[in-house]
Write a protein that binds this ligand. Structure first.
Ligand SMILES: [Zn+2]
Length: 52
């Protein structure tokens, strides 16, 4: 079972709670860097997708 890591949008602290225990801010799930421009494999995947 994969643990659900959340990240506070206010203080950027990682938590498992939807409400940040540090500042009380809202925590959102971390997003996978799937199509990030910083992803070295993202460009390769986009090329494959465009040729499919
Ligand atoms: Zn916080």
């Amino acid at each position: 079972m994969r643990s659900k890591i959340l990240r506070c949008e206010s203080c950027a602290r990682y938590t498992l709670k939807e409400i940040c225990p540090a500042c009380g801010g809202r925590a959102a799930p971390t997003k996978p860097a799937r199509f990030s421009p910083d992803d070295p494999y993202g460009r390769y995947r986009r090329v494959l997708a465009s040729e499919a």
